[in-house]
Design a protein around this ligand. Structure first.
Ligand code: ZN
Length: 353
């Protein structure tokens, strides 16, 4: 990405950290900065020989002294033997953007130089970035992450927090754990359908609605299996999208209503980076989405928020939430998912207003 633009956006985000309550317009998101950031193309980078990158930098600089062989390519074109510095320069980024400007989608692979990438254990799969039609495009990219759906994901463990500390709440992984299942299987709907099948159906409906509303959509998964664990999904979203919504169904079975997994009100957790810098943005995104869903007459559980310490939240450097759009007993007909998608679009519109 354009590093200077990304850095500018991060500075703006940092400046706005104290200005979040509810789903109201704030000055955190300078529209021009967001659009400028989005106007740049992320180079898909494959690092053939790689030693652990520093996780201290907010930008995506590759440690040139630690990379011995790097291949940078766009989908349409593979660049040849240039130095690493040249390949990651702004000029190269802009060139790749123009090369792919007429494409309506692009395959996104993990770039192992991205911050936190080395915490991921399953990352051979690819996501797909879909571009809104230019006449209506807003220049904002929404990551839709259909929960679960990674074969072998339960056999692998990843670190719950980047600093190695223990989970501060229960959830699918117990409080006090430092390692969690890389991607869990998920629940089963009362009709026997796996949650992963339903989250995919819901995510495809959300993708359609968001594209029609002018948002680019980064789809983490569009089939039964994507080889991207929860950290890989989060890292890709961090670097490609402007916000990240993971779609799930809760394991309860009383159709209790929609909620998002809020950031636990725990001092240590909210002091840990990147949570410290971003938790208020996560909360505001969640509240905007709940407002949007409520305004479309979706049933909301309580105040729409249940605090849970999630791997996704623990590694997110963009506004990011797990949205539980129902539970095992919930209806997931086309009509309901269309309404849910409309609510998500309304929430996103409010968030980026
Ligand atoms: Zn789930």
């Amino acid at each position: 990405m354009g590093k200077s633009l990304k850095a500018r956006l991060l500075i703006l985000l940092g400046m706005g950290i104290l200005v979040t309550s509810g789903c109201s317009k704030s000055d955190i998101y300078n529209e021009d900065a967001v659009k400028s950031s989005l106007a740049t193309e992320t180079i898909v980078t494959e690092v053939a020989s790689y030693e652990a990158a520093s996780t201290e930098s907010e930008t995506t600089e590759s440690p040139s002294s630690e990379v011995t062989e790097t291949e940078v390519f766009s989908i349409e074109e593979t660049s040849s033997e240039e130095s690493l510095e040249e390949e990651i320069s702004t000029e190269a980024t802009e060139e790749n953007l123009s090369d792919s400007s007429d494409a309506d989608n692009k395959i996104i692979s993990m770039d192992h130089s991205w911050k936190y990438a080395d915490f991921s254990k399953i990352n051979d799969g690819t996501a797909t970035l879909y571009y809104a039609d230019p006449p209506i495009a807003k220049g904002i990219t929404i990551c839709i992450n259909a929960g679960h759906g990674t074969k072998g994901g339960t056999d692998v463990k990843t670190q719950c927090h980047p600093d190695g500390s223990a989970k501060v709440t229960g959830g699918s992984t117990a409080e006090g754990s430092t390692m969690a299942t890389a991607v869990s299987t998920g629940t089963t709907m009362l009709d026997g359908t796996p949650e992963a099948t339903v989250t995919l159906k819901a995510s495809l409906a959300a993708k359609k609605a968001l594209l029609e509303a002018g948002y680019n959509v980064l789809m983490i998964r569009e089939s039964d299996d994507v080889q991207l664990d929860n950290i890989a999904r989060t890292v890709i979203a961090n670097n490609i999208a402007d916000c990240h919504i993971a779609i799930h169904y809760d394991s309860s079975e009383n159709n209790k209503g929609v909620f998002f997994c809020g950031v636990p009100d725990n001092k240590a957790y909210r002091s840990m980076e990147p949570v410290a810098t971003h938790w208020q943005d996560h909360e505001r995104l969640g509240k905007c989405l709940i407002d949007g869903l409520r305004s479309n007459s979706l049933k909301i559980n309580g105040n729409g928020e249940i605090p849970i310490d999630l791997t996704q939240t623990s590694y997110s450097t963009i506004p990011s939430i797990d949205l539980e759009i129902g539970d095992r007993a919930s209806d997931y007909s086309d009509a309901t998912l269309s309404t849910t998608s409309a609510g998500i679009v309304d929430g996103i519109n409010a968030f980026f207003q």
